[in-house]
Design a protein around this ligand. Sequence first.
Ligand code: DUC
Ligand code: ZN
Ligand code: ZN
Length: 469
Amino acid sequence: MTTLITNGTVVSATGSVRADVLVDGETIAAVLAPGTSALGPITADTVIDAAGKYVIPGGIDAHTHMQMPFGGTEASDTFETGTRAAAWGGTTTIVDFVVQAHGQRVQDQVQLWHDKAAGNCAVDYAFHQIIGEVNDASLAAMDELIDEGITSFKLFMAYPGVFLSSDGQILQAMQKAAGNGSLIMMHAENGSAIDVLVQQALARGETSPYYHGVTRPWQTEQEATHRAVMLADITGAPLYVVHVSAKQALARIAEARNAGQNVFGETCPQYLYLSLEDNLGAPGFEGAKWVCSTPLRSRAEGHQDDLWRYIRTGDVTTVSTDHCPFCMKDQKELGIGNFAKIPNGIGSVEHRMDLLYQGVKDGRISLEKWVDVCCTTPARMFGLYGRKGVIAPGADADIVVYDPNGHTSIGLGKTHHMNMDYSAWEGYEIDGHVDVVLSRGTVVKDETGYVGHKGHGRFVKRSLSQNLV
Ligand code: DUC
Ligand code: ZN
Ligand code: ZN
């Protein structure tokens, strides 16, 4: 089965060129000058006309939480619904987090995540490992998992009593990563300080969602980021700081990078567009829709503009979603009268490519930077490059045909495909449209809608990061 995507502009992280893409089976066979090859006109079983469109590598969302237990409930997207929504939005690979909490065996949890995902996914998937309890067994598992294609480990400086690791435990895990070549991912917020601020706010009767943001001030993020950077420096471990929302934390990351450290920043669409004032501060309990950690930051303080700038400078290496959806009904509602009980998370897996494309339209980032932070660098960062993140012969035929003149309405009500009863992006009008999505050569989304099926998506074993200096 061959497919020719013709007349389009192939956009990579380094440039754009008019070219045809020939797909044979599951992989890309050739990238050709438009119309012909040295052997004459190309024939294929299926032809996709991409005239006036961009042809880009399938998006890689390197930070998702499908059906993750959290805050007394479970993230509302299953691997089936979440990866289907990803396909709708031009994301062809997700990297989800296996969770090891206190008292759990890492290897048991890996098996559990395989059981949840296998046979259910619309697009390919890989795993990171959350180490919620650093001990001899979990440190040993960090070595074992590398052979199983899980090469990055997330630690928490937040959520005392649930996921938080002490500085000593973090140091030990970093020593392990420095030795075996894996990558440490860090949730960098000072959880002990935040817990005190939260209790004090609640005691004053400050219970609405707005106070979720107020009690996690930027200083708690910058302080933890600094500590993580210093611990990484002591150990020589590479460090990827997830969901950075404070400009001061990014300044610290940029400083470490300028000093030659292998430190990387990730941000998410919510931190680029949404804010403490406009969203968490919405009337009544409405702000619960946007409770996530790290929190949305004040627009008056200028975080959003700075994050775009750090994407341009390369200090924000990747843009992922931290997709962790909860419905308002029965889930976010757990925190009525006490913001600390609102499950933390926003769902965006369907909208990341579109939302970041607005940065191109608005003149904030180049077309190539869009592909870089959404597709190519996530692949390099997490050991997928070559197979994923690139349109080149031999790569998996994960391809998106994107219409820059199309339009996507994230309307009021349920116009999205995530398993949520609201959208954090309600009312957003997007310049651009995901027209066609191929996952390993199979069209999973076209102009008629979703045409894929559950079970098409496979687990992808990752190699060590290809993005370290
Ligand atoms: N932050 C969230 O918003 N949700 C899940 C976990 C996290 O760290
Ligand atoms: Zn986190
Ligand atoms: Zn997360």
